[in-house]
Design a protein around this ligand. Structure first.
Ligand SMILES: Cc1ncc(COP(=O)(O)O)c(C=O)c1O
Length: 426
């Protein structure tokens, strides 16, 4: 300690912080540093004094599985002046978000909000709130998201029944019906748009089935919300989580979330509170005004919620039907071009194919990573490789939200053409 004091003595003296005179005992923390009396104030270590300077980031066209590029209007909304997280004008913005989500999810439910966090926070909120220890949860595992929900559910002490399909396939109604009738689970999880394999899970008829078996239907729509049809009420879905950074054209960091009346009933009748305070929907719902008042639970990420208000305004202005049609049209355009180069979809059946995240089979003898690198080096364009069960087998091209535009699809096609030519495959 003495040597440290010796070291900083000249600095402190220069700054007029050294106690002098008969009563001086050495160094005292200057009043402007709020150290407590017994706390030793030594020289600040500057070895890691970074970063500094105004940040710059390269411009990239993000045509992988997400995030997609955010709409400029959304980015502009994010830089508006902060409001307090309980100020009435901010609470009004939260109400606008809840209403925008009702439209986007096609529900009349009171229980819509944004979880402060990414899609995973929505996922964990769903499981933590809907599942009580010992509850049976049937998890449809069609890729990494089902696998992850299985892991998460076990952590919340669910009795998990995992059903699996080979990568690139979806669950048939018959399989799901038989599983529901056999297990009568508390929750059935399905991922509408499985971004690791590029599949689109049908939800047809499942809401009715789940009502017969006393099951809550939980759906991941992170990669599909805004890109493909979803009707929460009409299809009998009980809980949905999503992400801001894909078809909704926002930055990552907020997870659209919805509960049906049935799901809320289960939440309110729980024998034990959810094992998470941070994601307890009774408490978060109270911040969002679900129960008629507003209580502080956490500081809502103010700028992120501005972004989501603007994202949902863009959805409402364009209209869901137009958004779905735009995504479909650009998916078709992508595949017209890819097929013209001899490339094939990883997902065999047309109806199983997700239009927002497209999985393209890597042909025999092609170096997929070299093509990805070339696209980035030449065009600042992100095309992704596979993930989980598709690693090394596919490229993934996202056509989502603000990025779902003809010129972006054309650039992707150019990058594929180039990339294949460089490897002598075209
Ligand atoms: C289908 C799906 N579910 C969940 C997630 C997780 O979302 P996040 O990365 O925002 O936590 C993703 C992310 O890509 C996803 O594609």
């Amino acid at each position: 300690m003495r040597s440290a004091q010796k070291l900083i003595a000249p600095l402190l003296a220069e700054a007029g912080c050294l106690a002098t005179g008969a009563g001086a005992r050495g160094y005292v923390a200057p009043a402007r540093w709020a150290a407590r009396a017994a706390e030793e104030v030594t020289a600040v270590e500057n070895a890691h004094r970074a970063p500094s300077g105004v940040m710059e980031v390269p411009s990239r066209l993000l045509m992988g599985p997400g995030p997609a590029n955010a709409h400029p209007r959304i980015l502009a909304a994010q830089s508006l002046p902060l409001l307090g997280h309980m100020h009435p004008p901010f609470l009004k913005i939260m109400d606008d978000i809840s209403e925008g989500l009702r439209y986007t999810l096609q529900t009349k439910s009171k229980y819509t909000l944004m979880v402060s966090g990414t899609g995973h926070a929505g996922m964990e909120a769903a499981i933590a709130n809907l599942v009580e220890p010992g509850d049976k949860v049937v998890v449809g595992n069609a890729g990494i998201w089902g696998e992850r929900v299985g892991i998460l559910s076990r952590r919340y002490q669910a009795d998990v029944v995992e059903i699996k399909v080979p990568a690139g396939q979806t669950f048939s109604y018959e399989t799901l019906k038989a599983t529901l009738l056999e297990h009568k689970p508390a929750v059935l999880f399905l991922c509408q748009g499985e971004s690791s394999t590029g599949t689109h899970q049908s939800l047809a008829g499942l809401g009715d089935l789940c009502r017969q078996t006393g099951t809550l239907l939980l759906v991941d729509t992170v990669c599909s919300l805004g890109g493909v049809p979803l009707f929460a009420d009409a299809w009998g879905v009980d809980c949905i989580y999503s992400g801001s950074q894909k078809c909704l054209s926002g930055p990552p960091g907020a997870a659209p979330f919805f509960l049906s009346e049935r799901a809320m009933e289960k939440l309110q009748k729980r024998k034990t509170p959810p094992a998470t305070y941070n994601l307890d929907m009774n408490l978060i719902g109270d911040y969002w005004g679900w129960f008629g008042k507003r209580s502080y639970h956490h500081t809502g990420p103010v700028s992120t919620f501005y972004a989501m208000r603007e994202a949902l305004a863009l959805v409402a202005e364009e209209g869901l039907e137009s958004m779905w049609a735009r995504h479909q049209e650009l998916h078709n355009r992508l595949w017209d071009g890819l097929r013209g180069m001899g490339l094939k979809p990883f997902v065999e059946k047309d109806e199983d194919r997700l239009i927002t995240v497209n999985t393209i089979k890597v042909p025999e003898g092609v170096d997929w990573a070299a093509l990805v690198k070339h696209a980035m080096d030449t065009y600042s364009l992100e095309i992704a490789g596979g993930l989980g069960p598709t690693a090394g087998k596919v490229w993934r091209v996202g056509i989502m939200g603000y990025n779902a535009k003809p010129q972006n699809v054309e650039l992707v096609l150019t990058a594929f053409k180039d990339g294949l030519k460089r490897q002598g495959k075209l």
